[in-house]
Each structure stands twice: as C-alpha cells, then as structure tokens.
Design a protein around this ligand. Structure first.
Ligand code: URA
Length: 482
C-alpha cells in the first residue's frame, strides 16, 4: 500500500509548530505532506501556546499522528519563487489560519503552477494581504522603536526599547537592529517575546510587559530635536501621517508630543519654505532698477504688507562708498527715498562735517519696507526682527554685487546683520574694519536715530564717537579710493 493510499483511508494529521514564526519547520512538514499526497482538509496546523506565545517550549504534542514515511520515489514539490517570497512573510502573520492557507495554496500550486499570477484568486489575494500587513508591521518597527538608556551595575550603558508588534516579526527583524546598532548593548521588549544584543551575541527572552521597559530619559531630547528638524511642513498630510504613524505608537515616541504643535505651525513654516524655494529659483537682479522692482513686488516676509512702498536704495551704481541704514522710517516711506526724515538730516549733517559727500555714495537700508505699529494717528517705528533682516538680505546682497563699493558703512546693528548675516555688537565692532567676502571693508557705527533719542552729556559723548567713526571712514576712503 502506498503512502497516498494510506492517507486516502481518512487519516488526519495535526502538525504542531515549534514556534509561531517557524517558517522553515512549516516548509519541511508541508513538503512531506505534499509528497505523501495529504490534502489540506486532512491537516491541522497548531501553534505553540496560542498566538501570543513566541517562545513556548518545543516538542511533539499529545495525539499527533506520525506522518507516513515519504514514498521511495517522492515527486518534486512545486513552489514558485513568488510563492516562497510571499509565504515567508505571510507565515509571520498573527492570524492562526495562516499555515492552513499556506498549505492550501501550496497544494493547489502542484496542479496549477501559475496560480500565484491569478490576481482574482481569493486565497492568493489573502496570502498577499497577510504578507503586506507583515511587511508594514516590520516597517513600523524599524521606524518606531525608541531606545531609552539604562545604566548597568557595571556602569555600561544599555539601551532598552518597548514595542508592540501586530505580528510575529520580532525574531525576523532582529538582524535589522543588530546591523543598525551593532556596537550598542540593547534589548527590545515586546508582548510576543524579547531580543537582547550584547554587541556579540543575540539572545531571545520571554514576552515582556510595558512596565518592564524604562520610561523617558535624555535620549528622548535627541529624538525630539531630530524629529523637529526633519519635520517637513510642506509635506504634512494629517490623514496620511496618522496612517503612517498610527496613534497606537505615539505613546512610545518621545517626538509624538511635538506633533500637535508642529501641525499647528506647519502653515506658517510652509509659507516660509515656499518663499525660500521661490527665491532660490529667482534670478538675482543685475541692475539697481531690477532690485527696486523686485523689492517692490517681494512678499517674502510680513513687513512687505506694511507701509506704502518698498524704498529702494539711491545713488550711483559705481559708488565706492555704500551707506546702509536699518529700514525706511515714516517720512522715507511716504517719500520713497532713504534717509530723508530726521535721522537722515542728522546723518547728512555728520557726513558733511566728516567731509563725506553723500551725493557720491550709494545709500540704502537693510530692510526695504517700513515696519511700524499704529499709535492713534501716528505710525510708530518698530525694529525689524533678525528673520526679516535675513529675508531682505537677498536685495541688499544684490545691491552690493551691482554697486561693488570698496567701503561699506553700516549704521546700527540691523544694518550690520544685513551685511554680515549674523549679529554683532556695534560697540565691539566699531573702530576697525571687517573684511567682506568681496574684499570690501565694512565699518560699523551707531544709527543716527540713536543720537536723536539721547540728550545731555550722553548725546554729546555718543555724537563725538559717531563723528570719530565717520572721520575714520573718510580717512580709509581716501587711502583706498583716493
Ligand atoms: N532710518 C533708517 O535706517 N533708514 C532710513 O532710510 C531712515 C531712517
């Protein structure tokens, strides 16, 4: 009597798996059953200790009927590469029916080798869905495992993470974490079992509880700042984000507490990014007229909505001296010309005393629009912020590239920042030149409106220093330009 006849008499086989993720064991048993021609409805596939027990003790279960010996001339078992790839993942699914399904598809493959290509077949589709769900779970584990540092008794750091997988993926994914964190000592605890790496060997452990893992430590601050820095507001799609990072994982992720505020700030940040992107694509103006037109149309920062107009620089394109103020004031905004109000008049006065011809200089501002706040009927000057100055640098840099002055005079800290891209202290910077990237000398002094706000001895003292600074610039101008 052949093995096939033996089975056809009605034997039923219960195959007890040694572990719920043991694909190799299933494969070996399935081959034997196919070779003995045991149809799927005569086999039960039984997991150890139920679906949650990854590391239950192995061993034959009571009542298992021994498989018949394979026939002397076993026929080859057909399994396409596609089936094996999908089966390897699907075997890790948490559905207890997976091994039975795998065997049914393998059984049918023997008479229909192209079965896996049949997209309409419900069993093939189910298998593919299982595999997909397992791959997705693995992806989540790669992305959302967060280690907390604990110190061992011998003082060495040990990184421990808690993760709740949907499927039996922990052992299969151990190699990924081993490669990524090869030099660290770490453990990943899960309700389906644990894995521990000491830098050399991998050890498996029993299922764990959330309380077994440490909560919160300084490593989290790193994750939080990393996440905030990589968060791309322009790509924010709340629905997609929730499906990619389901709320279930949030409690383990230190960066998750940032999500609501990042979502809230996303629109503003996106607008800034769009502006920066547009600017990167915008051609740098080649003439002062283009600068004036470009600044007038510019909406890269909120100040652009203030005031009447952008106030362009004024002066000869080839001027050897460039004078840079902060931003137009009330009168400049109305007149459309820089330094025509009270601060401008004071500046003219001191320039003349120092022997500097304003008419031969190019005069402009770090920020081209007037930033103000209403007080009754009056528009009160407000200083631009660093961000606004930095945004407007695009125009100031363009002006400097066109005019190519040998000496640049910055009036106040905002002007200095506009020219340098960083904040300097006027008192520390004044009295000595700072070399700019194109070889021009930058001289920094106070803004004339500062003198207007002082009186008495303080004003006299500051006015003298201001005059001294301008005299130095005049001297240097004579040395460099003639
Ligand atoms: N203050 C400045 O900084 N610039 C002007 O044009 C006028 C006042």
């Amino acid at each position: 009597m052949t093995a096939m006849q033996n089975v056809s008499l009605g034997s039923h086989y219960a195959v007890h798996l040694s572990a719920p993720d043991d694909f190799a064991f299933w494969r070996e048993r399935a081959r034997g059953l196919i070779q003995c021609d045991v149809p799927p409805d005569r086999v039960s596939w039984i997991e150890p200790g139920g679906t949650g027990d990854l590391f239950a003790a192995e061993g034959p279960a009571r009542g298992e009927k021994r498989l018949p010996p394979p026939p002397a001339d076993p026929r080859p078992v057909r399994a396409s590469q596609r089936f094996l790839t999908i089966a390897r993942s699907a075997a890790l699914h948490s559905d207890p029916a997976r091994f039975g399904l795998l065997y049914r598809v393998l059984w049918r493959l023997q008479s229909n080798p192209r079965l896996m290509e049949d997209k309409a077949d419900t069993e093939v589709r189910r298998l593919e869905e299982f595999a997909k769900s397992v791959r997705r779970d693995a992806h989540k584990m790669h992305a959302f495992v967060r280690f907390r540092e604990v110190e061992e008794e011998d003082g060495t750091p040990h990184f421990v993470a808690w993760f709740e997988p949907d499927h039996h993926i922990v052992r299969a994914e151990a190699a990924f974490f081993m490669r990524r964190f090869a030099n660290m000592r770490w453990s990943i605890l899960t309700p389906r079992g644990s894995i521990h790496w000491d830098g050399e060997t991998m050890r498996e452990g029993p299922p764990a509880r959330r309380e077994d893992a440490p909560q919160g430590d300084p490593v989290e601050a790193l994750w939080r700042s990393y996440y905030a820095s990589i968060f791309n507001p322009a790509r924010l799609k709340v629905g997609a984000m929730l499906s990619e990072m389901p709320k279930k994982y949030w409690k383990n992720l230190p960066e998750a507490e940032l999500i609501p505020q990042l979502i809230a700030g996303a629109q503003a940040r996106e607008a800034a990014m769009v502006a920066a992107g547009a600017r990167a694509e915008r051609a740098r103006p080649g003439t002062l007229t283009e600068v004036a037109q470009g600044a007038a149309a510019c909406r890269d920062c909120p100040i652009a909505e203030c005031g009447t107009r952008a106030v362009a620089g004024e002066g000869a394109p080839g001027a050897h001296l460039m004078i840079v103020g902060e931003q137009p004031g009330d009168q400049e905004d109305l007149a459309g010309r820089p330094f025509v109000g009270p601060a401008g008049q004071l500046l003219d006065d001191y320039l003349a005393r120092a022997g500097i011809d304003r008419g031969a200089a190019y005069v402009t501002n770090a920020v081209k629009h007037f930033k103000f706040t209403w007080k009754g009927k009056h528009r009160l000057h407000q200083s631009p912020g660093a961000k606004e100055i930095d945004t407007c640098r695009w125009w100031l840099e363009a002006e400097r590239a066109i005019v190519q002055p040998r000496i640049v005079l910055a009036l106040g800290a905002s002007a200095a920042r506009g020219l340098l891209g960083r904040t300097v202290s006027v008192n520390q910077a004044r009295g000595a030149p700072i070399m700019l990237d194109d070889g021009a000398e930058l001289w920094v002094t106070v803004h004339p409106s500062y003198l207007l706000r002082l009186d008495g001895a303080a004003r006299e003292q500051q006015a003298a220093l201001f005059a001294q600074d301008l005299a130095r610039v005049r001297e240097r101008f004579a040395e460099r330009v003639g």
